[in-house]
Design a protein. Structure first.
Length: 62
């Protein structure tokens, strides 16, 4: 059986697309968690040190 080049490209694209979806889901999940932590900091529930421990850094004003 001969596999066409288009089929191989399609399979590779599907694998890449699946990886991209997984990365996007992971990124959005982290973004939501970070947003919740920042909201907790603003409300005074957690300290700045806890944010730093979680890897969240605030931008310095210009």
């Amino acid at each position: 059986m001969i596999i066409s080049r288009n089929f191989v490209n399609l399979v590779l694209a599907m694998k890449t697309n699946q990886l991209n979806k997984e990365l996007i889901v992971e990124s959005i999940t982290k973004l939501v968690k970070d947003k919740e932590l920042v909201r907790s900091y603003i409300k005074g529930r957690i300290s700045l040190q806890e944010l730093k421990d979680k890897g969240i850094k605030f931008a310095r004003p210009l």
